[in-house]
Design a protein around this ligand. Structure first.
Ligand code: PRP
Length: 209
């Protein structure tokens, strides 16, 4: 049985459709209910809906053999998993944003509010800019408006959250998309099933290109 952690939400539904088309169907998952675990013994697959930012934890610790996580989570937490495939969905980017009138003052540390402290730290280490990280858990856009920070490092997808809060992108940090990841031991012991999933899904992503 292949145990698959799916990110709960719209992205997860798209991911399930890819697995289904790759031969890992589980029709009961489409039932409207609050269940979180679904399995289809005939197809040899069991799915769990988990919080998107938790997928990598399930996979790293082997509670799931494979799963789908955003590149943002993989860069931020560096879980010890194999990254097998870029699914080409859930595309967005990590960016530095600030109020339109922001001007950097290199005389003092740049105050950076973010949920992604490691990604932000690595990015500014690369530019050599001295920063002060302010770690927040959400509603990051408020920080520069209230003077808590100078800039934010956050995910930008459509850009509407920034626009509606009068912020604009100053720099792009890294492109993000959904990745298929595998537990290291599972990759060895369930290699055949995992490779079958990777091949089936990569055929779909190639068709799209
Ligand atoms: C993310 C991100 C931005 C928003 C960007 O938040 O933190 O707030 O999406 O998307 P947009 O460019 O399409 O407006 P998310 O909804 O994932 O939740 P969060 O508030 O927990 O960060």
């Amino acid at each position: 049985m292949l145990n698959v952690a799916l990110p709960k939400g719209r992205l997860g539904e798209k991911v399930y459709d890819m697995f289904e088309r790759a031969g890992f169907e589980c029709p009961s998952i489409k039932e409207q209910n609050r269940k979180l675990i679904f399995e289809n013994p005939e197809a040899g697959v069991r799915y769990f809906w988990v919080k998107p930012s938790d997928v990598a934890i399930y996979v790293e610790r082997g509670a799931a053999d494979i799963g789908v996580a955003g590149k943002d989570i993989l860069l931020e937490y560096e879980p010890a998993v194999y990254e097998l495939l870029d699914l080409g969905i859930g595309k967005c980017r990590m960016a530095v944003a600030a109020p339109a009138d922001f001007v950097d003052n290199p005389q003092r540390a740049l105050r950076v509010a973010t949920k992604f402290s490691k990604i932000a730290g690595d990015y500014y280490a690369g530019t050599g800019r001295d920063i002060d990280i302010i770690h927040l858990n959400g509603s990051i856009e408020i920080a520069p408006i209230l003077g808590l920070s100078d800039v934010i490092v956050d995910i930008v997808e459509t850009g509407s959250t920034l626009r509606e809060n009068n912020l604009k992108v100053f720099e792009s940090v890294v492109p993000i998309s959904a990745r298929l990841i595998a537990n290291k031991a599972s990759f060895k012991f369930k290699n055949e099933e995992i490779v079958r999933a990777v091949e089936g899904i990569s055929r779909l992503t190639e068709e799209k290109q």
